[in-house]
Design a protein around this ligand. Structure first.
Ligand SMILES: [Zn+2]
Length: 74
């Protein structure tokens, strides 16, 4: 049996939605390039983690550029 939708007061709706706000992302400064990064992850700007290079960002950037060039050449 269909149940009629009960009246919802605006205050009650507001109280329920008081917990729906998105949380602010926590960011820390990269120890190498000082840019903001997500904690416990490799910095996406310089590829460093715990004081050493883990990801070669330059090679990645070159690959990206080559891909775009190939796309444009079509
Ligand atoms: Zn960095």
């Amino acid at each position: 049996m269909a149940v009629p939708r009960s009246h919802l007061a605006k205050g009650r709706q507001g109280r329920r939605r008081s917990h729906l706000a998105l949380e602010k992302k926590s960011l820390v400064k990269c120890g190498n390039c000082k840019k903001n990064k997500i904690p416990h992850t490799v910095c996406k700007d310089c590829g460093y983690y715990k004081g050493r290079e883990v990801v070669n960002v330059m090679a990645k950037e070159l690959k990206k550029q080559e891909k775009e060039k190939a796309k444009r050449g079509k």
